[in-house]
Design a protein around this ligand. Structure first.
Ligand code: HEC
Length: 190
């Protein structure tokens, strides 16, 4: 823009407030964007909390103990972070999100480890969610019962992953002393 045009522009802008060198954006661009609706699992109605990365606490990250080629990162909401009561149960409303990752493999297909002897995170494979609620977890037969907990699984993109959650229930069910959680002892700010 030469100085003469610039001067004209300022003058016009002062009068009409519309002298722009960039195209004016449509009104839609300035409207607030609606928060994405939470995806809920069709079997249990348990949702993937949309902002768990910002609002939950990453209370534990480790090489998975029963899966030699995976890594897990665990996030708990503030209710779960209050920790267990005297019966060793978390409060209703507790939600835990587990990010499951494939471990990185080398050219031979062997699991790589860092100089710390730990696996190295590859791509995310699954988002596994557990929620504890007064009305959750009822009506399952022995061996699939997990107290008031129930489960959901999502793809890394937030879609429903696998509709059958009985494998989750069967593996967590025997852990009665720790409220059906493997990581209960890590859930406390105290
Ligand atoms: C064969 C056993 C097994 C199965 C099946 C399984 N889990 Fe787990 N889960 C574990 C173990 C072990 C941990 C502890 C962390 C680790 O080493 O992976 C865990 C941890 C979790 C946690 C963190 C809370 C806790 O218990 O410590 C969540 C949430 C979870 N699993 C959800 C799921 C969901 C959802 C499914 C089904 C899609 C599932 N799990 C299936 C064994 C299992």
């Amino acid at each position: 823009m030469n100085p003469k045009t610039a001067f004209l522009c300022v003058a016009v802008a002062l009068v009409f407030n519309n002298c722009r060198t960039e195209p004016r954006r449509g009104p839609a661009a300035s409207l607030p964007v609606a928060a994405p609706a939470a995806v809920t699992h069709p079997e249990t109605g348990i949702a993937l909390p949309p902002n768990y990365r910002e609002t939950f606490t990453n209370y534990l990250s480790l090489d998975r103990v029963q899966n030699h080629d995976q890594i897990i990162r665990l996030f708990a909401n503030d209710i779960a972070m209050q920790g267990p009561n005297e019966r060793n149960e978390l409060p209703f409303g507790s939600v835990i999100v587990a990010e499951v990752y494939k471990a990185r493999v080398d050219g031979e297909g062997d699991i790589e480890v860092s100089s710390l002897g730990r696996r190295i995170r590859g791509p995310m494979a699954l988002l596994a969610v557990m929620e504890r609620g007064e009305h959750l977890g009822k009506g399952y037969r022995e061996g699939l019962r997990n107290g008031h907990w129930d489960f959901a699984a999502f793809t890394p993109g937030g879609e429903i992953a696998g509709k059958d959650l009985n494998s989750c229930r069967a593996c967590h069910s025997p852990l009665q002393a720790t409220d059906h959680l493997f990581s209960l002892d890590h859930l406390s700010r105290k």
